[in-house]
Design a protein around this ligand. Structure first.
Ligand code: ADP
Length: 487
């Protein structure tokens, strides 16, 4: 079977290489996290398919690069329009495949996918001014040249959104692409490949290889024919990829995990703080940016806990296709068991679960109840490890210095949320925090012009705006002398 029916939409289960569908000898089974139902058998790629895809991407590179930002931009605009015309099928497919809310896909995520394509196409055309500056009469011309084949390895928590956050700038920069989506959520990448074809993106410019991390991602990241690796995923996998990249000195951009703090100060609006805290359950807690460590000033801890409880109590857990659902299932049984393991070990150590702390018995399957642990042992696993589920920790502090030390006290540095009613207080705190993104009295406001990435073990490099092009392109400086001209 080469195509499957997903929510009434035909989706191809084969790789997309050089504009063609390519099968593999082996497949793997893909199921829906909503109810465990069978979705399809997906092509299970390895070195053979990766080599074909990289060869195709290399062959397509010169002509794609030669099109220039404007030529590429026109095709990418068409692609963005096609994504917009397909928001409903893309949303339906993604929800069945990864279990995230249908309403979020329809209203936020898929429009953002289109924006990822359009924004970077426009940025390449309009904002990457070929900068010129003078050095004693010599002029320096800075340009962002296409670099070759970008290998993109993406996770399952926001599959098409995170893939296009890389595909958009890579294609706009003039690179060709081989995408290896996460094995648990391959389907929107396949549907998107069809859209690239419909948009007239030339064969070989965009390729997708499906399969497991080590089997398909391994040969891709070790391939000497690629020029960039952009990866979003876990720290352990990043280390494996860094080793693979080392042999060819392939530049990497890594967006990794987090255990971000959400700081609630004594001067905070407690209702706002509680709303922001409850938002951390979004996508069933499967968000790298989540502020999963809630650090509250001891003077407002009880007031905060009460406000949190009243907001958490009205959250609806259930089928992510229902408009009223706030929290859906975890993505996969393996991941569910991992979350359960964290919670069970914390319980065994005597941690106090004031909210949730167990699977949702009524719903069964992969639904885990939103959970809050209060005053866990400092330094214990539940406060230091990324759980990537609906499990929040609440700890208290008594001074700014203690708050900052706790906030910065993990190996991660992806994001932080600061809730304070006093601007200069908030500014003093944000200056001390180590994180790629800090939100003050808000969460998840993301502008594609802004740099995005993590400090410490949360990543290497930044993407967004020109930062994306600094990575995907070869940045070149050409110096013209005032001397030696014959005309
Ligand atoms: P998780 O553990 O949450 O699934 P990973 O970091 O393992 O996160 O997965 C993110 C992406 O990395 C997926 O597309 C996965 O297939 C891929 N991946 C996993 N292992 C490797 C590897 N050894 N080489 C390249 N890619 C990999």
């Amino acid at each position: 079977m080469t195509t499957i029916d997903v929510a009434g939409v035909r989706v191809d289960t084969r790789h997309y290489i050089n504009g063609q569908r390519v099968a593999s000898a082996e497949t793997y089974t893909n199921t829906s996290p909503i109810d465990g139902s069978f979705l399809g058998e997906i092509a299970r790629g390895g070195a053979t398919e990766v080599n074909l895809a990289v060869d195709a991407a290399r062959a397509a590179f010169p002509a794609w690069a030669a099109l220039g930002p404007r030529g590429r931009g026109e095709l990418l605009q068409t692609l963005a329009e096609l994504v917009e015309a397909n928001i409903e099928p893309l949303s339906q497919i993604e929800t069945l495949d990864n279990g995230a809310l249908l309403r979020s896909h329809r209203r936020g995520v898929m429009p953002r996918v289109a924006m990822n394509i359009r924004f970077f196409a426009e940025w390449a055309m309009n904002e990457l001014h070929h900068e010129v500056f003078d050095t004693r009469g010599h002029s320096n011309h800075v340009s962002w040249d296409p670099s070759g084949v970008a290998a993109l390895i993406t996770p399952w928590n926001a599959p098409l959104m995170l893939a296009t956050w890389k595909i958009g700038p890579a294609l706009a920069a003039g690179d060709t692409v081989v995408l290896k989506p996460a094995e648990w959520t391959p389907l929107t990448a396949s549907y998107f490949a069809d859209l690239t074809r419909e948009a007239g993106i030339p064969d070989g410019v965009f390729n997708v290889v499906f399969g497991y991390g080590a089997e398909a991602g391994g040969p891709l990241t070790a391939h000497p024919g690629i020029s960039r690796i952009s990866f979003t995923g876990s720290v352990p996998t990043a280390k494996v990829i860094a080793h693979a990249a080392a042999d060819n000195l392939t530049p990497v951009s890594f967006e990794l995990g987090g255990k971000s703090p959400l700081l609630v100060f004594e001067d905070a609006d407690i209702e706002l703080a509680a709303s922001l805290a409850v938002e951390q359950y979004d996508n069933a807690g499967q968000v790298c940016l989540s502020g999963t460590r809630i650090l509250v000033h001891e003077a407002v801890a009880d007031a905060f806990a009460a406000a949190f409880a009243s907001k958490a109590a009205v959250l609806v857990q259930g089928d992510p296709r229902e408009e009223t659902t706030d929290i859906g299932p975890q993505v996969h049984s393996t991941h569910f068991a991992r979350i359960q393991g964290f919670v069970d070990r914390a319980k065994a150590e005597g941690a106090q679960f004031v909210w949730g702390g167990e699977p949702n018995r009524e719903l069964g399957g992969l639904y885990f109840t939103p959970t809050l642990v209060r005053d866990p042992e400092p330094g214990s696993e539940i406060v230091t490890a990324e759980i990537f589920g609906p499990v929040l920790c609440m700890q208290t502090f008594s001074s700014d210095a203690e708050a900052v030390a706790m906030a910065n006290g993990t190996e991660f540095g992806l994001a932080a949320v600061v809730v304070s009613g006093n601007r200069s207080h908030a500014e003093r705190i944000t200056a001390e925090l180590v994180a790629g993104t800090i939100w003050v009295n808000c969460f998840f406001v993301r502008d594609l012009r802004a740099p995005f990435g993590g400090s410490k073990k949360s990543g290497i490099g930044r993407e967004g705006g020109t930062w994306s092009f600094d990575f995907y392109a070869d940045v070149k400086n050409t110096v013209f002398s005032p001397n030696g001209w014959k005309e």
